[in-house]
Design a protein around this ligand. Structure first.
Ligand code: GLU
Length: 507
């Protein structure tokens, strides 16, 4: 690495929800910046008004905040290089487009969409480039007065980049090594459209990377084919010295491993491909998100970080954000696509639920309690969570595991009933109730267990028979944590109520 100060950017286009692949790009930029003591910017690339989707920008910002991917500068963060929303930078781009025109490195083209379409029909593989631009309607073929006249008459035009043919362009990619391209494969890309007085992605992207002093460009593989054009633009402006280094991240693949991961795979296999729930403003379609599906952000971060990178054998795969920063190495990212292994994501979430403090988990479940109209007492909920969380992979599962502590069973699992509830069960449970009535109201786990077991022995009952029916009465099924941990949380009165109810129901 050179001595240049590391400045990287995440530069999404607000065209919809941020896909999990975009989350990974943002995360790797973050890790890279922190790893090298650098800065991370958030730039919104919204120059394509056709693809603009309302709400997408706010979604992106909220999602990254939720994940703990914080920025040093950018939209909603501020900073010295603003505005950071490209639609607010028209004046800047206009100046740089003019600079290329003046230097003869770009030209004005008047060809209408219909004319271009006709060319494409007439000529297979038509490309607007050195071989064809001489026969099109542009400032290279038309007299200067005609060009001026057309502009004065408000004819719509575009500015195209003049790509010299047969130039070898090398992109030194931090992940892929040297990738070389011949400029003849490129067309004369549109850099600016008079119709909306806005530059296209390519121009805005390069100008901003330069003005914002970006040192490294870390982005998805789909941008690799654009990179030679970007190198040529840097050269055309005379900015080679400050050209960023590139790193193109390999695709995220379907769980089966063939083809690019899509939203449809998520729908098909039942997992989210978005960080937060997203409601498409046009269609009203709802896509699930990791947050609403009950994932902890640190689990998502850890899981996503490992899609295409790993810390090597000497470190555990379980890593906090700080550890990720410490071990992250962009050059160790895989060139091959990374299979999206959703089961692993669940495994991480289970792990982080175990690590999470119970009060925090309780707080995360609070809305669910309110929704269900269950009185919420944080301290009590936290105690319940401590008992049941081992069995939960997601927050909704945690809620389901906890629920019987708050809502007494009204029905009893029929299979367990027919297997466990015998003729003498009601009498035994009634006797157990009498025993418990004489104990402390808190039913402390240890002493209650001792007393109940001693009583069973005295009476000559089967330990299993009594315990299974007792559990059935308290939980409604043959599940749940240690029985005397349950009674200790329910307390004597609630335990007696549940016994009573089971005796009445099951007879
Ligand atoms: N706006 C582009 C995108 O949506 C940014 C690509 C880049 O990082 O250069 O992915």
């Amino acid at each position: 690495m050179t001595n240049r100060k590391v400045r990287v950017r995440f530069a999404p286009s607000p065209t919809g929800a941020l896909h999990i692949g975009g989350v990974r790009t943002a995360l790797y930029n973050y890790l890279f910046a922190k790893r090298h003591g650098g800065e991370l910017l958030l730039r919104i690339e919204d120059t394509d008004s056709q693809r603009f989707v309302p709400g997408a920008e706010a979604y992106i910002i909220e999602a990254l905040q939720w994940l703990g991917i914080h920025f040093d500068e950018g939209v909603s963060y501020g900073g010295d290089c603003g505005p950071y929303r490209q639609s607010e930078r028209r004046d800047i781009y206009r100046k740089y487009v003019q600079q290329l025109l003046d230097a003869g490195k770009a030209y004005i083209a008047f060809d209408t969409p219909e004319e271009l379409e006709a060319q494409r029909k007439a000529q297979a593989n038509f490309q607007y480039d050195a071989t064809t631009r001489g026969s099109m309607r542009n400032s290279l073929t038309l007299p200067a007065e005609e060009v001026e006249r057309l502009i004065a008459a408000d004819q719509q035009y575009v500015v195209r980049f003049l790509v010299e043919p047969n130039v070898e362009v090398e992109v030194d990619d931090m992940i892929r090594g040297r990738v070389s391209f011949n400029s003849s494969v490129l067309d004369d890309k549109v850099l600016y459209k008079s119709a909306d007085d806005l530059p296209t992605y390519h121009l805005a992207n390069i100008v901003d990377d330069h003005l914002m002093d970006i040192s490294h460009v870390i982005r998805g593989e789909e941008w690799l084919p654009s990179s030679p054009l970007h190198v040529l633009l840097y050269r055309a402006f005379g900015w080679e010295d400050t050209m960023p280094r590139f790193a193109h991240l390999a695709l995220l693949l379907k769980p089966e491993g063939n083809g690019k991961l899509s939203k449809r795979d998520g729908d098909r296999l039942g997992f989210p491909v978005f960080p937060l729930r997203w409601v498409d403003p046009k269609t009203g379609d709802v896509s699930s998100g990791y947050r609403e599906s009950g994932y902890l952000p640190e689990a998502v971060v850890n899981f996503v970080a490992l899609l295409g990178w790993n810390p090597g054998m000497e470190h555990s795969e379980v890593m906090s954000m700080e550890e990720l920063v410490q071990y992250f190495n962009i050059e160790k990212c895989s060139k091959a696509g990374a299979k999206f292994d959703y089961e692993k994501g669940k495994w991480f979430n289970h792990h982080y639920i175990q690590e999470a403090c119970n009060e925090r988990l309780a707080e995360l479940l609070r809305p669910r309690f309110e929704e269900e109209g269950i009185r919420y007492d944080q301290a009590f909920v936290a105690k319940v969570i401590a008992l049941v969380k081992e069995r939960a992979q997601t927050l909704p599962e945690l809620f389901d595991q906890a629920l019987f502590f708050f809502v007494a069973p009204t029905e009893y699992d029929p299979k367990t009933v027919s297997k466990r509830w015998k003729e003498d069960s009601a009498a035994q449970m009634r006797a157990l109730g009498e025993l418990l009535s004489g104990l402390q109201p808190e039913l402390p786990a240890g002493s209650t267990e001792e007393q109940v077991k001693a009583w069973i022995e005295r009476e000559g009952y089967g330990l299993g028979a009594v315990m299974n029916c007792f559990r059935l009465a308290l939980v409604g099924a043959a599940k749940g944590p240690h029985l005397f941990d349950i009674t200790a949380l329910l307390g004597r009165e609630e335990t007696l109520r549940r016994l009573e109810h089971a005796i009445n129901q099951l007879g």
